[in-house]
Ligand binder design. Structure first.
Ligand code: UD1
Length: 312
């Protein structure tokens, strides 16, 4: 029996993908080191099998592929903290790059049918041209971004070199339920929603806006990211290619606060601080390539925010 492998399946995006795969009655294997993923993120289903392990350990990856057979590999496991990659590039490189290489090697060896890799808009760096097209120059500025870009190239080249049917997706600013708001470098929406809810519960909390709040991002709801993952898996035209995943719409932090005020009825106090070092002013995806193969986002940032708020 063939299963679908989801590395990082206990994490934020991975767990939503696992949920969707279970809805399609697919047998799923979650491989996760539980460094940030949580067992309670994974749906409780007979279809899901969980193996605790580390993609940066070549022997663990080999053993996994010896023990189980996979049709598709969704490779979502990573150390997602850009700050950590700057502080400890060796450790993050092992996971964010070596791990990808081991998974590719095993996938080629074992005849995996589809291999989908989660890359990041971080590969574009701070180049000013907007919206970003997949053919635009890249400028990966941090070890995290360099590892995502290098992995992406290995993933795409694996199609040309070894015939493994690969696709890489560059996720823009993903948000939704189960994104951890704990660190100051967590996604801004997870932090803002956490503060709004705690404020409603009577806690003494505030929102910090770095800069003037007019910076914009392409905020994409996690269910749309799952939609893109499943779409490219089925699409022959997506093989050997890289796609942006976003909504194609820019939303500023001030817009977010406006939406949140409407949804929650009340906001905590807002403090404005100087912009963060290295912060980019605007980021926006051109999603025309993904649209050409049938993608359209189901949620605007505002709609996603409403769902997230209701979930919390
Ligand atoms: C994302 C990454 C970041 C990476 C960058 C480069 C995440 C969570 N962050 O940052 O690590 O360096 O891409 O591609 O994936 N903000 C506030 N208040 C807060 C938190 C954030 O004003 O409490 C601001 C930030 O300064 C930024 C904006 O909100 O201007 C968005 O921040 P964030 O969610 O971290 O996303 P990126 O800046 O796109």
């Amino acid at each position: 029996m063939k299963r679908t492998l989801v590395t990082g399946g206990a994490g934020f995006i991975g767990s939503h993908l696992v949920e969707a795969l279970v809805k399609e009655s697919r047998e799923v294997l979650v491989f996760d080191d539980f460094s940030t993923g949580k067992i309670e993120n994974i749906p409780d289903s007979k279809l899901v099998h969980v193996v605790k392990g580390n993609i940066s350990d070549r022997f663990q990856v080999e053993n996994l592929f010896k023990k189980y057979q996979f049709d598709t590999v969704f490779h979502l496991a990573a150390i997602a903290s850009v700050v950590k990659s700057v502080e400890n590039p060796e450790e993050t490189h092992k996971t964010n790059f070596d791990g990808t290489l081991y998974l590719l090697q095993e996938s080629v060896k074992c005849g995996v049918i589809r291999f989908i890799f989660a890359s990041s808009a971080a590969v574009y760096g701070d180049l000013p041209k907007l919206p970003k097209k997949e053919t635009d120059p890249v400028k990966p500025l941090t070890p995290y971004a360099v590892d995502k870009y290098a992995s992406e190239r290995y993933v795409i080249n694996a199609y040309e070199l070894y015939g493994l049917k690969t696709t890489a997706l560059r996720f823009f600013n993903v948000f939704g339920p189960r994104q951890d708001p704990a660190s100051p470098y967590s996604g801004v929406i997870s932090i803002f929603v956490d503060r709004v809810i705690r404020n409603l519960k009577g806690e003494n909390v505030a929102i910090t806006v770095y800069g003037d709040g007019r910076q914009t991002r392409d905020f994409v709801y996690v269910k749309d990211v799952v939609k893109a993952l499943l779409l490219v898996e089925r699409c022959h035209e997506a093989v050997g290619r890289v796609f942006n995943v976003g909504t194609g719409k820019a939303t500023s932090l001030l817009d977010l606060l406006d939406y949140l005020a409407k949804i929650a009825g009340k906001l905590p106090p807002i403090h404005f601080e100087p912009p963060r070092k290295g912060d980019i002013k605007h980021s926006l995806a051109d999603i025309s390539e993904l649209k050409k193969i049938g993608f359209s986002p189901s949620f605007t940032a505002q709609e996603g925010l409403k769902l997230l708020f209701e979930w919390e």
